[in-house]
Design a protein around this ligand. Structure first.
Ligand SMILES: [Zn+2]
Ligand SMILES: [Zn+2]
Length: 175
């Protein structure tokens, strides 16, 4: 079945790439928005869970996987979740190049005709073009990982791993 490429679960934020990562609707089709841990047969697995409880749960996993201090992992998970459809009622689009949420008009890049881009942020995309058109995914990892490492207080090699995994969910870097 066509899963529409890799995307992030709109409940927990985890990347979904393989078919088995996707949750299921009541009719057995794959959910477009939610992962198998969060959503099965058209309903949330834990319907009463709050955004704080979900952030706590996911930050424990992040903290363990990527050696992020617990408090930083929780802050990060909470930030990620505040852009997801389950918690906001709408999906806030993320920049397809760096993943920054396009929450406000001034965050959006611009098309050649001056209109706002709905796909990319102002740091990545201006006047209908990428600011760094030749950037490869690996170069992007090298560029973003040190910021991530210092922001979250994690080892650089784990930050690279995390950024690499995250970038693979974004349209610009999908193979
Ligand atoms: Zn999920
Ligand atoms: Zn961007």
């Amino acid at each position: 079945m066509e899963t529409g490429g890799i995307r992030s679960c709109q409940s927990c934020g985890m990347p979904m790439s393989a078919e088995e990562h996707f949750g299921t609707e009541a009719d057995g089709t794959l959910s477009k928005d939610y992962c198998a841990n969060c959503y099965q047969s058209g309903a949330f697995v834990e319907p009463g869970i709050t955004i704080d409880e979900m952030a706590e749960k996911c930050s424990a996993i992040l903290s363990q996987l990527f050696c992020i201090p617990a408090a930083n992992a929780e802050r990060f998970a909470r930030e990620q979740m505040s852009c997801l459809k389950r918690w906001t009622g709408r999906e806030i689009p993320a920049c397809g190049s760096c993943g920054m949420p396009l929450a406000r008009d001034e965050d959006a890049g611009t098309e050649a005709d001056g209109s706002l881009s709905t796909n990319y942020c102002t740091y990545c995309y201006r006047d209908g073009r990428f600011v760094e058109p030749g950037l490869t995914r690996e170069q992007a990892v090298e560029q973003y990982a040190p910021m991530m490492a210092s922001n979250l207080g994690m080892p650089l090699d784990r930050a690279k791993e995390m950024v690499r995994q995250y970038l693979s969910t974004l349209p610009r870097w999908r193979e």
